[in-house]
Design a protein around this ligand. Structure first.
Ligand code: 2HG
Ligand code: ZN
Length: 475
């Protein structure tokens, strides 16, 4: 866009929103122009804060007229660059569209605007004795629209599944400014193609999610957290199998000793027990009475007697459960200081042992000098492998080195039938690796579908797939 075009559209946007909701100051551009990845320098033309669906539609119409790209922005807690605006785009931030519209105990659902914060929704569910079960460390700042646009996972997927499972209705403004009302909060609606599911996980390339209806469930009753120090990754998977036979698991997570060391050094957290182990498993489960508790204790004793685990602790109070959870939930934030190169890979749970062995070999050979932090939702088959940048190394050199290893890692992931992005999405960071998880035909279909919903290619350009803007043939 030329400078004249930019100032012309900005003038119209100020007329529409007022200067208080069309921001161009440096602080706002820096704040709203990026997500948690921090790798790109934000450079949006402006940040827009609509307060109604009609305003979102009008913004899209203007963006079409001026052929100006739009980057939708939620809580900006993403980890794949999906909300980065580095090329003079307009950031459409949903922060002011944050009302809870309806809490319906009979339908067991909540309808809210896209900017509602996850924790706000969880609280609203609680107020009627129900539960919104998609949860993660960023629930205090992530917005539901962003969660839906990335089909966010989190810490209890083993029990409740991903965000997709809980969305029964959506309102979406497409790239033509049309408002689509999808599925109307219905539990049963077999009337042809379900565009709701196309929008979930589409990372803002098909439409702007403006409203959602979410299903709720009964809260788990009596839960406890078990942390176990285990000797090997193999032991983690056999423990999962044994526990699943006995306990109603809400979460089954793991982290390596290096993660624990960083948590202790950076955050002053306490180790779960005195001795150190190579890995730790954190399992949360719903207690089923004393008999079941004894069975669980027996499993832990067997695992220790078999030499697979060193030590174990079970929470006795809610406060203790919370502080054990910090050992897993605070890892990402704690290691952010080393600008880690992040991997978010997955395989079916039965393939995880093979994946772990093969990835372990590559990591040992190719990252001998880097600190590697292993953690993740191992019970869902999801591993977060974070490579920490040595302080002395330039970011560009670090990235180049890590990327070349990624090719190797992703071949292994592909060979195991897995995914190069389990829950963080594709955004900018995984785009060049998408072909390891999706076929040529699928990627071509993604591009054709994008053209249907966004014919002028104004929505979140450059994210997920690269479109050819010169001709019709997409790259
Ligand atoms: C988590 O599971 C988040 O803690 C962040 O998905 C993962 O930092 C990461 O790589
Ligand atoms: Zn995660």
């Amino acid at each position: 866009m030329t400078t004249e075009e930019t100032s012309a559209i900005l003038q119209e946007l100020v007329t529409l929103l007022g200067s208080g909701r069309c921001l161009t100051d440096e602080d706002s551009c820096n704040h709203f122009g990026r997500d948690w990845t921090r790798f790109a320098t934000p450079n949006p033309a402006a940040v827009l804060l609509p307060e109604s669906i009609a305003e979102v539609q009008q913004i899209i119409q203007l963006a079409r007229r001026f052929n100006t790209p739009i980057v939708p922005s939620g809580g900006r807690t993403g980890l794949s660059g999906g909300a980065v605006a580095a090329n003079g785009e307009l950031v459409l931030a949903l922060d002011r569209l944050n009302r809870i519209i309806d809490v319906d105990p009979t339908s067991r659902s909540i309808t809210c605007e896209a900017g509602a914060i996850t924790a706000q929704i969880q609280e609203a569910a609680k107020s009627i004795g129900l539960h919104y079960p998609v949860d993660f460390a960023s629930s205090g700042s992530s917005q539901i629209g962003g969660n839906i646009a990335t089909n966010a996972g989190g810490i209890q997927v083993i029990r409740y599944g991903m965000t997709r499972n809980w969305v029964s209705g959506l309102k979406v403004v497409t790239g033509t400014g049309e408002l689509l009302t999808l599925n109307r909060g219905l539990l049963k609606n077999n009337t042809g193609l379900d565009f709701r599911h196309l929008m979930i996980g589409s990372e803002g390339i098909l439409g702007i999610i403006v409203e959602a209806t979410l299903q709720l469930c009964s809260p788990p009753t009596d839960t406890a957290v078990l942390v176990l120090g285990v000797k090997s990754m193999g032991a983690i998977m056999s423990l999962l199998q044994r526990l699943q036979g006995q306990a109603d698991l809400l979460a089954f997570e793991f982290f390596s000793h290096l993660a624990l060391e960083k948590l202790i050094a950076q955050q002053g957290l306490r180790a779960p027990f005195d001795g150190a182990s190579p890995f730790y498993v954190l399992a949360e489960y719903e207690r089923q009475g004393e008999h079941s508790d004894r069975e669980l204790e027996a499993i832990v004793e067997q695992v220790m007697a078999a030499g697979e685990a060193d030590d174990a602790v079970v929470s006795q109070t809610i406060a203790q459960a919370k502080s054990l959870w910090q050992l897993r939930e605070n890892i990402s934030e704690t290691i952010a200081r080393w600008t880690p190169y992040k991997n978010d890979i997955s395989a079916t749970v039965s393939k995880v042992p093979e994946l772990l062995v093969k990835i372990g070999e590559v990591v040992e050979q190719r990252y001998p000098d880097f600190e590697v932090v292993w953690y993740g939702h191992i019970g869902d088959g999801n591993l977060h492998l974070n490579i920490l940048k040595p302080d002395s190394m330039a970011p560009e050199e670090f990235e180049t080195k890590c990327k070349s290893v990624s090719e190797e890692l992703f071949k292994i992931v592909d060979g195991c039938g897995g995914s190069v992005s389990a829950e963080h999405g594709v955004g900018l960071l995984k785009k060049e690796f998408l072909h390891y998880s999706r076929s040529k035909e699928e990627i071509a279909l993604m591009k054709s579908i994008k053209r249907l919903f966004d014919p002028d290619l104004i929505l979140n350009p450059g994210k997920v797939v690269d479109m050819d803007t010169a001709g019709r043939g997409d790259s």
